[in-house]
Structure formats: C-alpha cells, structure tokens
Design a protein around this ligand. Structure first.
Ligand SMILES: Cc1cc2nc3c(=O)[nH]c(=O)nc-3n(C[C@H](O)[C@H](O)[C@H](O)COP(=O)(O)OP(=O)(O)OC[C@H]3O[C@@H](n4cnc5c(N)ncnc54)[C@H](O)[C@@H]3O)c2cc1C
Length: 333
C-alpha cells in the first residue's frame, strides 16, 4: 500500500509528496501546467521573472517557519525587504500613504516557484499532464490524462487542486457523490503587469479600492523584471471575467495615472486571469477530506484558509492522513 499519485504540483502537492517520500512511499506527481508551482507562479521574461500569482508569503506556524528556514539555507527563498503602503480610493479620489509594519515577508528566488521545485527535486513529476479520469480496479487506481495516456498501479490518490477542479475530476470519474465543491471558496483575480516610468512610495501596496486589492512593485525583488503588478479584486474581476487583456491594460493605465500619479509612458507586459485565486474571507475552512474506503485524500490551501502557508500545512496534513491510514491497516493485519 505504498504507491501514491498526487494531482497538483502546487505547494500543497509538493509538500505532501516530499513528506510521503521521506516516509518511504513511492510518489508520482501530476500537473497540467508547464512546470511545478501552481499559484506560486512567476512568468519568465527576457529581463527577469514576473510574479503573477502569490506576491509573498508569511510564516506563522512552527512547522512552516522550519520549512522556510530550510529554503533560506538552500537559497531558494529570501526575505522580501519591501516598504508597504496603502491606497485608499472611493472611486473619485485616491490617496496613497506609506504604512510601515513589522511583518516579515518572504519570496521564492529566483522565482516564486523555486521553493516548490526544491521540495520536488528528485520526485517523479509529470507536467503538461491534465488528469481527466480516475478509475479503480480492486485496490489499484489508474489515472487517464487529457491525451489518453494511462498511469496505473497507485494505491492512494491525493488531490490538491482547487475545489471546483476536484469536483469536476471526480464527476468525470463517476465519483460525484464523493465531493461537492463549496461555492465561491476561491475567487477569481485578474493580474496585470505593466512597466511604468517613475516610482511611488511602497513596494507592497494594500488597496481599499473599488477595483483593486494589491499592487506590487517588483523592482525590490531580486531576479524580477521591474514592473508594477496589479491584482484586481474579486468583485471587479468576476464582473469583467471575460474581458480581453486590452481592457485590463487600460484599467491598469487608468489607475497608475489617476490614482498613483504616474504620468510617464506605460508599457503593457502581461495580463493573466486566475479563475481560482484567493479565498473568500467569508468561507470557513473545512479541513481536508479523507475517504479511506477509496484511498482518496483531498486538500489544498482552501481546506485551511487559502494562503501559501496553509497550502504547506494542508500538504503536511494530507501526508499524515495517508501515512496514518497505512499504519492502521498494517496494525490490523
Ligand atoms: C493572484 C494571486 C495572489 C495571491 N497572493 C498571495 C499572497 O500574497 N500570499 C499568500 O500567502 N498567498 C497568496 N495567494 C494564494 C497562494 O498562491 C495559494 O494559497 C497557494 O499557492 C495554493 O497552493 P496549492 O498547492 O494549494 O494550490 P495550487 O497552487 O493551485 O496547485 C494546484 C495545482 O493543481 C493543478 N491541477 C488542477 N487541476 C489539475 C488536473 N486535472 N490535472 C493535473 N493538474 C491539475 C494546477 O495546475 C495547480 O498547479 C495568491 C494567489 C493568487 C492567484
């Protein structure tokens, strides 16, 4: 009972994989993306990386602090010495003010997915592989990917995708009774990177704004392209979900000019739509879903509260659940 397929090579899946390998399991990780990282994602450009997903992470629990320390020692993460500011707008006028705080923030280096890749270093990883179906014969699971490839011989399935994608996969596998995604746990976010002349106070700008929730000035991050990355809030992103990139670049220009007072030339760089970005504050995390009769284990950041740290902790919980189940079976034999 020691082969595990993990679907999702974000931080949750990578953490579960690393812990299970340490415990002697044979693990294979599958991800539909081109590389590991999930929402800890940086796009490579000719002049440095661009963080389009998580902008930084914090470490509050002892477990995650220990992991962050290992990443710092390995050189795949470092502290982000950013100045913080707040942007307040009522839709008519805006004010930007420095708002220093004592929070320690970290980033991956050279890119945001580096800590995830570090955890997955020697673990078999199949990228560009969207799993579309799970099928079990007796105790053995087979996975089928979108190009028809089949991967067999797994005792356990660990699912670490956003809830809607988990529900979809299980429904396609004829297992819809196992999991119903809670509505609107993870909300959408359009992320837009633009290059602009001039600087404003603050590398990390928290927004009380009708359209925005966060602006990051990447110049303070090593290895990154010097850009402003704007994260539009869930309501504005949802209301304009299907708009083309041009719409979002225009919005970004408007905000840089009218709300931040950056009047110089603006160059459009990247616009990216996240359908499932960050957790709705009103959602109470449900914890991981254990289905020992099927050997399916379901988690992800959303199961604990939707941050990088919670993705890590959920990965630990998933590994503990699989290991505990195996030990219980061994003890009863
Ligand atoms: C715009 C944005 C800003 C954010 N800002 C912050 C921040 O500043 N600080 C912070 O702590 N957190 C932030 N977050 C949240 C943070 O990024 C996430 O909490 C964390 O990265 C989630 O990790 P995860 O492993 O649980 O899920 P994910 O990273 O989403 O990993 C799930 C993986 O599953 C894969 N997948 C899905 N379906 C399939 C399938 N059928 N087959 C194969 N693979 C599949 C996906 O490709 C993905 O790689 C932000 C997120 C976004 C999008």
């Amino acid at each position: 009972m020691n082969t595990v397929a993990i679907i999702g090579a974000g931080l949750c899946g990578a953490t579960a994989a690393a812990k299970l390998v340490q415990a002697g399991f044979e693990v294979t990780v599958f991800d539909k993306g081109r590389s590991a990282g999930g929402r800890m994602s940086s796009k490579r450009t000719g002049s440095g990386y661009l963080d389009m997903g998580a902008q930084y992470f914090t470490a509050r629990s002892a477990d995650f602090q220990h992991q962050v320390q290992l990443w710092l020692e390995a050189g795949c993460a470092q502290e982000w010495s950013c100045s913080t500011a707040s942007l307040a707008s009522d839709g008519v006028s805006a004010s930007l003010q420095a708002s220093p705080d004592q929070q320690t923030r970290f980033i991956g280096v050279p890119s945001q997915q580096s800590p995830v890749k570090f955890l997955l270093a020697d673990i078999p990883l199949r990228t560009g592989c969207r799993i579309e179906k799970l099928h079990r014969v007796e105790t053995e699971w087979t996975l089928t990917s979108d190009n028809g490839e089949q991967y067999s011989g797994f005792d356990h399935i660990v699912l670490t995708m956003p809830p809607v994608q988990t529900e979809h996969l299980l429904a396609q596998s004829g297992l819809s009774e196992l999991f119903v995604a809670p509505t609107s746990v993870l909300e959408p976010c359009w992320a837009v990177a633009v290059q602009a002349e001039g600087a404003v106070p603050g590398h990390a700008i928290f927004c009380e704004h009708p359209r925005l929730r966060f602006i990051s000035h990447q110049e303070s991050k090593p290895g990154r392209k010097s850009c402003y990355v704007l994260h539009f809030n869930a309501t504005f992103s949802q209301d304009n979900l299907e708009q083309a990139a041009e719409f979002w670049f225009n919005e970004a220009r408007d905000i840089l000019s009218n709300d931040l007072g950056l009047e110089g030339a603006v160059e459009d760089v990247v616009a990216h739509r996240w359908l499932y970005a960050s957790q709705n504050d009103e959602w109470t995390p449900s914890g991981l879903v254990s289905l020992p009769e099927h050997n399916i284990w379901i988690g992800g950041d959303w199961s604990l509260g939707g941050t990088v740290e919670n993705a890590y902790l959920s990965g630990l919980n998933l590994a503990t659940a699989v290991i505990g189940n195996n030990s219980a079976i061994a003890a009863s034999e």
